[in-house]
Design a protein. Structure first.
Length: 422
């Protein structure tokens, strides 16, 4: 019997060897013993290769301002599993996590004995759905991977969102935009509005066809609504019978893309009777920040910025934001990544941008070795150190502006260490 967080984390960590397990039958078994909360909770479902976390944050901040208890489920966590499940920004407590785990522990054992063990992600999803149903007024749920066979895809949401589509998780979702789009489109439900971002045309065709088949009203960035840049972090939204300016706290033009999707979603909620105003949206966007998204984690010199870019498209956005905000500054990059990511392409994009690049690794079964990453780089001032903590020690003794990216798991470890040192 599991009674402590140490025991629960050990239990879940051992199950990480199960890997990613697409399919919905295991999660349905787990939720059945929780009285099927997924059928009763008010929720917004968010899929997409990149931009999910920021979009969730924009939505949550606005709805919280309205006085709602807003639940969120996001993955992966930068620090603890508790942070994946939050209400009004407060992670689920250790005791609540243990209590809700106990509700499904017998069913987990039954599935184990049947040779169909649920993954750690599926277990956390089941806990999240029951907890958020019990304690939140509305929940914003982020998919883990894909959509159609993702464990979160048992909801009947108020609105579905697809933020972006890129070539990530190709071993599971396929190696074309059309194939990946067909997985993301799995979250589109009958007669349920769907908001989509600026997608490749190949993906657009797939999404539109799914929406037609489900009689789902489709609202696309660039057609039903647009945004234009006025000046740095100051934008204008137009569409869906609304027209107003907004400012962002977070840097990067990709955040204006994410914010516009959030605005369109909030306006759909307004049409459903939620008392949302343009002023409330603009105020919420102006102070929304997300941990690990181009975030400065040091209060004093040296300047250290972490970013959770972990695939080709998000690295592209990261590079663009660096060049826009630090064009003439001497800068270095610390890079670590999962070996199953497109590391050659990712490194190719960062190579010419930084004066030097230091490759490292971290404790995770999927982490690439620093030496392997090093071989892919043509930066003239490249180095490698396998132990990332040695890298952090070295950086803290320097004055050069430093960026850290490549993996959400990696920057989570680094951020935790740097905050402890402040």
């Amino acid at each position: 019997m599991i009674e402590t967080m140490e025991e629960l984390n050990s239990f879940l960590n051992k199950r990480e060897t199960l890997g990613i397990k697409p399919g919905l039958h295991r999660i349905k078994h787990l939720l059945m013993v929780c009285d099927q909360p997924e059928k009763k909770m008010l929720a917004i479902h968010v899929a997409g290769t990149n931009g999910k976390g920021s979009t969730v944050a924009f939505l949550a901040n606005t709805l919280q301002r309205l006085g709602y208890r807003v639940g969120t489920f996001t993955s992966p966590s930068l620090a603890t599993r508790n942070e994946m499940i939050q209400i009004n920004g407060e992670p689920i407590s250790d005791q609540a996590l243990l209590d809700y785990f106990s509700l499904i522990s017998a069913e987990i054992n039954q599935l184990d004995q049947a040779g169909d063990s649920p993954s750690p992600f599926e277990i956390i999803v089941a806990i999240a759905f029951k907890y958020l149903h019990d304690h939140a007024d509305i929940a914003i749920i982020e998919t883990g991977m894909g959509g159609k066979e993702d464990a979160t895809n048992v909801l009947s949401p108020l609105i579905s969102i697809i933020t972006t589509i890129g070539l990530d998780h190709k071993q599971f979702l396929g190696d074309s935009y059309a194939s990946i789009a067909s997985h993301k489109a799995g979250i589109i439900k009958q007669n349920t509005p769907v908001i989509i971002g600026d997608l490749p045309e190949e993906a657009n065709r797939v999404i539109k066809q799914y929406a037609v088949e489900q009689d789902a009203p489709l609202y696309q960035l660039g057609k039903a609504f647009i945004y234009t840049k006025i000046e740095d972090r100051y934008y204008h939204f137009a569409g869906l019978k609304h027209d107003f300016a907004f400012t962002l706290a977070m840097k990067g033009s990709h955040q204006a893309h994410n914010a516009s999707i959030a605005i369109a979603t909030l306006l759909q909620l307004q049409a459903k009777g939620y008392a949302i105003t343009e002023e409330m949206i603009a105020t919420s966007l102006s102070d929304t920040k997300v941990t690990g998204r181009f975030e400065q984690v040091t209060a004093h010199s040296p300047t250290i910025i972490v970013d959770g870019a972990h695939n080709t498209e998000s690295i592209e956005a990261f590079v663009q934001t660096v060049q826009q905000n630090y064009p003439n500054q001497e800068k270095q990059l610390i890079f670590a990544a999962f070996k199953d990511k497109p590391v050659k392409e990712m490194i190719k994009r960062v190579d010419p941008v930084f004066d030097c690049i230091l490759f490292t690794s971290f404790d995770h079964p999927r982490a690439a070795k620093a030496t392997e990453l090093f071989t892919h780089s043509n930066n003239p001032n490249k180095q490698f150190i396998e132990n990332w903590e040695e890298v952090v020690d070295q950086v803290l003794r320097q004055e050069m502006t430093t960026f850290i990216t490549g993996s959400m798991d990696f920057i989570g470890k680094v951020s935790k260490r740097l905050r402890k040192d402040q």
